[in-house]
Design a protein around this ligand. Structure first.
Ligand SMILES: CC(C)(COP(=O)(O)OP(=O)(O)OC[C@H]1O[C@@H](n2cnc3c(N)ncnc32)[C@H](O)[C@@H]1OP(=O)(O)O)[C@@H](O)C(=O)NCCC(=O)NCCS
Length: 163
């Protein structure tokens, strides 16, 4: 997935490689502090999880990433971030477009995510893709103890099994 044009700088989204994981862990630490995904968790999930790690490069430099996965039933967004200096330029939306396209490609019935109830930018981003509130998970984000909002968007209607 790429974008070029006079008005928007070029960006590219690709799978992260094992060599990129150190960069991602450093961004996690910088952005999320105590609740960051650790290098060990990232490494283990990258190698053994049912997840896909995506990276967004702007002018050749990684500035954002997402992690998503499909368990054969529902599509899940597990992580998405743009480095602070690159925010507000449509790159979060580019990562969301990539996620939604992957979910549709899998013909997933719906997509799910969790977001901190006080994360105003992320909530606005997700709502703009049609995600709706499902339930609250109390004290989901530790160690801060912030509640998570579980959100879902339907991608296709219920298809009953035919005999
Ligand atoms: C959420 C995040 C990925 C958005 O990235 P971004 O590159 O700044 O987003 P974009 O520029 O593509 O903006 C897309 C939409 O997000 C929302 N948004 C972005 N910044 C916002 C802000 N400061 N306040 C309110 N809404 C905001 C808007 O709906 C915006 O759409 P619009 O430009 O049409 O108004 C980014 O803020 C981030 O990395 N935050 C820290 C990590 C994080 O919280 N991830 C979510 C974990 S659940």
């Amino acid at each position: 997935m790429t974008a070029t044009g006079a008005s928007s700088p070029a960006w590219t989204i690709r799978d992260l490689t094992a060599e990129d994981l150190g960069w991602m862990a450093a961004q996690e630490e910088r952005m999320f502090g105590a609740s960051a995904w650790s290098r060990e968790l990232i490494q283990h999930d990258y190698l053994y999880g049912l997840t896909r790690y995506r990276g967004l490069s702007l002018e050749g430099e990684l500035v954002g990433y997402s992690v998503y996965g499909y368990d054969g039933d529902a599509f899940h967004l597990l992580n998405i971030a743009v480095v602070p200096d690159a925010r507000g330029r449509g790159l979060g939306r580019a990562l969301m477009d990539d996620f939604m396209a992957a979910a549709r490609e899998e013909k997933a019935p719906d997509a799910w995510l969790e977001v901190a109830v006080d994360n105003v930018p992320a909530l606005a981003l997700y709502r703009s893709y049609g995600f709706e509130d499902v339930r609250i998970r109390r004290k989901y984000y530790q160690p801060e103890g912030i509640d998570a909002l579980v959100m879902r968007v339907e991608l296709r209607g219920f298809e009953p099994l035919t005999p």
